[in-house]
Design a protein around this ligand. Structure first.
Ligand code: FAD
Length: 391
């Protein structure tokens, strides 16, 4: 029997070092995540404080960043790590994405030397947790409409507003908060580092989620939050600041979502070989095989595309449109695979005894955050036609 990786010979496209990193992350998830993930998902919890230092030790937090205690590894290695993390659970990959690709990337790209030295080494080690506050209750796909504002008061900044759906928002030590400032009568988006416990800064964990349950999501409220002049990220001016961080996180999702799909397909093939219906294994029916073959094709094609895009990124040639194409393809195909796998598992597929519906439910969030599927269709539509259809 062949795995999808063997069918497409994808291992021949990665180096021995990349394979070693991938296998290290896979072994970690086998030991530290898989035995417990169903329970964490069921109870809507995740021991972030316990797991983050272990992720730090493995070098996956800010893995693609150079210096300041970060591993400085190529994009392909980071992508393969994301694939293994998300094969365990999208919540785990979200933790790594938010910490490394969003919060740490914002500081690494746009922070002062002092900010980088102060925050990044502890964040890379998983001792300090970050979150990334862009989305607001009324502005998700259109973050440029944000209402959170920062005004100058002497040397200080004073922030007011609210952020919603912020991963790790209620447990983070440092929040990267994006807010509008007035520059000569014009609004400009700037990034601010808001330490937990700053007076006026409160958070509330969002509950009753049916997706990404093994991940903490929170609302942030900023009521006259006074910050020193040094809290602003000096290098980020305009919406391109947060958007460039999102592009980094989307890249991880291109690989990550396919990890969830791979795990669904693995569990489903295993199940179909032992489950007997009408006196023979489910796997021996043509209808089942057609489904499995089609899913293997989409998974393999997605993985080839992901590897192609990561090589472009390693060469510094990856464009935002290509990231959109990868994010759209991976999330859309992954959720389709997860749902199709669920049909093969029948009633068993709706339980947490199998990973399939957990992954499918998680992928609802993955399809939506970091730019919805529709937003990425619009990005591609604009690139193909030259006409912007966002408004
Ligand atoms: P909306 O923008 O209201 O979109 C609703 C629907 O309208 C979607 O189908 C969308 O595709 C569609 N739509 C939007 N614009 C158009 C258009 N022009 N044409 C056609 N259709 C359109 N945000 C953060 O800042 N930090 C985080 O850490 C974070 N973590 C998250 C974790 C989870 C579990 C979730 C679910 C979300 C998280 N988000 C985070 C927020 C996420 O980025 C937003 O949910 C996402 O950007 C979509 O915004 P929205 O939910 O407001 O949907």
């Amino acid at each position: 029997m062949l795995t999808v990786a063997e069918l497409f010979a994808t291992d021949t496209l990665i180096t021995a070092e990349e394979r070693e990193i991938r296998d290290t992350v896979a072994a970690f998830t086998d030991r530290r995540i898989r035995p417990y993930i169903a329970e964490w998902f069921e109870t809507g919890s995740f021991p972030v404080r316990e797991i983050a230092p272990e992720l730090g030790k493995m070098g996956v937090l800010g893995m693609h960043l150079e210096g300041y205690g970060c591993a400085g590894l190529p994009a392909t290695a980071y992508g393969l790590a994301c694939q293994e993390l998300e094969a365990a659970d999208s919540g785990l990959r979200s933790l790594v994405s938010v910490q490394g690709s969003l919060a740490m990337t914002a500081i690494h790209k746009y922070g002062s030397e002092e900010q980088k030295n102060h925050w990044l080494p502890d964040m890379a080690a998983g001792r300090t947790l970050g979150c990334f506050g862009l989305t607001e209750p009324d502005f998700g796909s259109d973050p440029g409409g944000m209402r959170t504002r920062a005004r100058r008061d002497g040397d200080d900044w004073v922030l007011n507003g609210s952020k919603m759906w912020i991963t790790n928002g209620s447990i983070a030590d440092i929040a990267v908060v994006w807010a509008k400032v007035d520059v000569n009568g014009k609004d400009l988006v700037r990034g601010f580092l808001v330490p937990a416990g700053t007076p006026g800064f409160t958070t509330r964990e969002m509950t009753r989620k049916l997706s990404l349950r093994a991940s903490i999501t929170a609302e942030l409220t900023l009521a006259d939050v006074r910050l020193p002049a040094s809290a602003v990220l000096p290098g980020a001016e305009g919406l391109s600041g947060p958007l460039s961080c999102l592009s980094e996180a989307r890249f991880g999702i291109i690989f990550g979502a396919l990890g969830a799909a791979r795990d669904c397909l693995r569990a489903t093939i295993e199940y179909s070989r032992t489950r007997e219906v009408f006196d023979k294994p489910l796997a021996a029916y043509q209808l089942t095989q057609a489904k499995l073959a089609d899913m293997a094709l989409e998974l393999g094609k997605g993985q080839l595309l992901a590897l192609h895009l990561s090589r472009l990124k390693d060469r510094g040639e990856l464009t935002p449109e290509q990231v959109s194409a990868g994010k759209l393809n991976s999330t859309r195909e992954a959720i389709a695979i997860a749902r199709e796998c669920r049909t093969i598992l029948g009633a068993n597929g709706i339980t947490l005894d199998y990973p399939v519906l957990r992954h499918a439910n998680n992928l609802e969030s993955v399809l939506t955050y970091e730019g919805t599927a529709e937003v990425h269709q619009l990005v591609l539509g604009k690139a193909l036609t030259g006409a912007s259809a966002f408004r």
